[in-house]
Design a binder for this molecule. Structure first.
Ligand code: AMP
Length: 540
């Protein structure tokens, strides 16, 4: 039909132009490895990102679709790669710097990365895998001497003019970034984000009722830029003109809290384990830090325990915004921002809702499937969450064996077991591989963990399935006590008993000093299963 709206391309260059034209004087602050602060504005970032794009193409010979790996902390040069690489038509591939060199080798090789941009402070780790991957160029970022065989990042930028690469209209369906997930069985799999997905994800994240990021915000992503695009914040912030604050390598509670106060941070984001550490630091030194400007702490990547949400709000006036997502969903999938319906409930009920995963984002649809087909939205029947939407992967990069994650009608099978309420609220009960199947019935380890972490003596708790002759599986709770505190097995069971059916209660408790974590800070239940699944701890 004639008279249609323009076919305007939703792409990263459009985000860059907006930041350049409207928010040039807004600041980007980075804590450098020597703890000093680097500051500049979008007016400085934009030409540097353009220079990077031009240099990668004109000096290093990259072409559309080529992959550029990054191996970096959160900082302004990483942001330059986030924006500059896709503006040049290439694809940023963020590598997780906590992975084993074998995995990094596999991921960078499988991703077909032609260039690696890496922090000089991470060079000992870079040396563990760079020679095993056919990178054509390795670029070193940061202060200090240029490592052997590497190109100096600043020299590379200086070699190009910011306008050496004419602005091209990049197809919104082209790839802009990629990230590998290890949350699957088998080898890590690559999720590839299109320009359009990133643009729409930024728009939806910025909406009121979503993460609600505005120009007036000061955003400090604790979540690493190698974990699902730092949940999109670097793009969302550039899109709305928010100030960005990058913590560099300093992710301890004290450094982060100090940065919140100094930079007047309003929004921050990370996995629950980060917030547990921050909560302990705040509890121990409540008068040391000024967190009065922080209006939202986005918690995702794993379930935010209700006790933690309440502790932050009641003890420190800090509001937790619980969100769910996956590497395969760019990552924002759902947000637990109470609607008027929840706001009308009692305080206790509201907290119960805040610990759920919330409503799906716009342009993001949900359903759940059990053994007998799609389950009703009744808030009780468990099923595997399936999703589709404007920023959901439609396949993995070059991994035909991962094709079974999509249904015949094109929905992505998340592997998360949920209940959905009649009005659409999602509650994650478990990862399908973590559920306890006791006597043919499912027990949610997440629910037990959340409840245990509400016990005053418990710092962290992870529940796993252990084989059982009679019931096939039974729950075992692995517990870390707060310093100087403890509770007996009986006390813990007594604490849980009013909240659960009797057969849900753990049969065994194991006390440990620390729960092993994954490369992005989640509980590594596989390690716990290996350690405890067969025998009690003392003989394991
Ligand atoms: P990743 O792709 O590594 O970020 O892992 C995604 C998985 O993390 C999801 O499939 C969930 O199992 C888990 N996850 C993420 N956010 C939450 C949340 N808010 N509550 C519970 N689990 C979560």
């Amino acid at each position: 039909m004639e008279g249609l709206i323009m076919d305007y391309q939703l792409n990263v260059p459009a985000i860059l132009r907006r930041a350049e034209q409207l928010f040039a004087d807004k600041e980007i602050a980075t804590r450098l490895p020597d703890r000093s602060w680097h500051r500049y504005t979008y007016a400085d970032l934009v030409p540097r990102a353009r220079r990077l794009a031009a240099a990668l193409r004109n000096e290093l010979g990259l072409v559309d679709g080529d992959r550029v790996a990054t191996f970096s902390w959160n900082h302004y040069q990483h942001l330059e790669a986030y924006i500059g690489v896709p503006v040049g038509g290439m694809v940023t591939h963020t590598l997780n710097l906590r992975l084993h060199p074998d995995d990094l080798t596999y991921i960078a090789t499988h991703g077909g990365d032609r260039v690696l941009i890496a922090d000089k402070v991470l060079w000992p780790l870079v040396e563990n895998f760079r020679g095993r991957v056919p990178f054509e160029h390795v670029i070193a970022v940061g202060d200090g001497p240029t490592p052997d065989g590497a190109i100096e990042y600043e020299d590379l930028l200086a070699s190009a003019e910011p306008d050496a690469l004419p602005d091209r209209e990049i197809d919104e369906r082209a790839a802009a970034a990629m990230c590998y997930t290890s949350g699957t069985t088998g080898r890590p799999k690559g999720a590839v984000y299109s320009h359009r997905a990133i643009a729409l994800h930024s728009l939806a994240s910025a909406m009121a009722g979503s993460l609600a990021v505005t120009e007036a915000d000061v955003v400090l992503p604790v979540v690493p830029m190698f974990h699902a695009n730092a949940w999109g914040f670097p793009f969302t912030c550039a899109f709305v003109g928010a100030k960005q604050v990058f913590p560099g390598p300093f992710l301890d509670g004290a450094s982060l809290l100090e940065a919140f106060g100094q930079e007047r941070v309003t929004i921050t984001a990370g996995v629950p384990t980060i917030w547990m550490a921050i909560l302990q630091e705040l509890d121990a030194n409540p008068d040391t830090y000024d967190v009065s400007t922080v209006r939202a702490m986005v918690v995702g990547g794993a379930a935010a325990p209700q006790a933690m949400i309440e502790a932050f709000e009641k003890r420190h006036g800090l509001r937790v915004l619980h969100a769910w997502g996956m590497t395969e969903t760019c990552p924002l999938g759902s947000i637990s921002e109470p609607t008027s319906r929840e706001r009308a409930l009692s305080e206790a009920e509201q907290y119960r809702y805040r610990a759920k995963q919330g409503l799906p984002a716009p342009f993001f649809e949900i359903r759940a499937r059990g053994a007998e087909g799609l389950v009703p939205w009744d808030g009780a029947t468990m099923g595997e969450l399936e999703v589709r939407g404007a920023w959901v992967s439609s396949s993995y990069h070059d991994s035909p064996e991962g094709a079974d994650r999509w249904t015949e009608d094109g929905w992505f099978k998340t592997g998360d077991i949920v209940t959905i309420e009649p009005h659409g609220y999602i509650e994650i009960q478990d990862r399908s591989k973590d559920l306890v199947k006791s006597g043919g019935e499912w027990i949610s380890t997440v629910a037990l963990e959340n409840a245990l972490m509400g016990h005053p003596a418990v710092a962290e708790a992870a529940v796993i399935a252990v084989p059982d002759e009679k019931w096939s599986e039974r729950p075992l709770a692995v517990v870390v006590f707060r310093e100087g505190q403890a509770a007996s097995d009986e006390e813990l069971t007594e604490f849980l008993a009013p909240q659960f059916a009797k057969w849900w209660l753990p049969d065994r408790y194991e006390v440990v000093d620390e729960i092993p974590k994954t490369a992005v800070g989640k509980f590594r239940k596989m390690a716990l299963r290996e350690r405890f699944a067969t025998q009690p701890a003392e003989t394991a």
